[in-house]
Design a protein around this ligand. Structure first.
Ligand code: IMP
Length: 183
């Protein structure tokens, strides 16, 4: 990885720090505590959206102190691009039965809102008792669909970001901070 001081250079493009590890961990802890309070006495199923949500899901769950279950499903990603293709495909189905369960969808980032809309439509075919969405990041100015995000980590500008689960050409998910493409 071509790191120059605080910056990361990828194919001649410069990414600069947006959120550091400390800020992310602090906010994730707050979200975990909030969800624990809201679901006290219930046993929700956290459903992570692969691949991007795997780190957020893991850190979030470590801060949830109620009984819960987890599952994952996988949607097609941006591929090699930095912008949404406008298409979503289901690549891995859920294994658990969500009928009559309280489910919390865990996303890394909501950009246009298409993925969350797709997920909402998918779950409307099942009959969960309740469904909420937690997303670490939301780009409010990019939203094109009317979607409700119940737990938001950070609202960020409509710029491409990497790290903490978020990829560029499937790489850089392992960075513990989040970096933004410098304009
Ligand atoms: P949406 O369907 O347009 O809301 O986009 C959601 C998905 O696009 C996320 O789960 C990510 O996989 C991907 N995505 C959106 N913005 C970014 C970004 O800035 N960096 C990396 N992936 C992104």
């Amino acid at each position: 990885m071509n790191k120059q001081g605080e910056q990361i250079i990828i194919n001649g493009e410069t990414f600069v720090p947006l959120l550091n590890e400390y800020e992310i961990q602090k906010r994730v802890r707050e979200l975990g505590e909030e969800i624990s309070r809201d679901y006290r006495g219930k046993v929700p199923v956290f459903i992570g959206v692969l691949n991007g949500a795997f780190i957020f899901m893991s850190d979030l769950l470590k801060n949830v102190d109620i009984e819960c279950e987890i599952d994952f499903f996988k949607l097609s990603s941006y591929g090699d691009s930095k912008i949404s293709s406008g298409n979503v495909k289901l690549l891995k189905e859920l294994n658990c039965d969500v009928n009559d369960r309280d489910i919390i969808i865990v996303e890394d980032i909501v950009d246009t809102g298409l993925s969350i809309k797709y997920i909402g439509d998918l779950f409307s075919k099942h009959t969960p008792k309740s469904m909420k969405v937690a997303s670490l990041l939301v780009k409010p100015e990019s939203l094109k669909y009317d979607v409700k995000i119940d737990y938001i980590g950070f609202r960020i500008p409509s710029q491409f970001v990497i790290g903490y689960g978020l990829d560029y050409q499937q790489k850089y998910r392992n960075l513990s901070s989040i970096y933004v493409l410098s304009e």
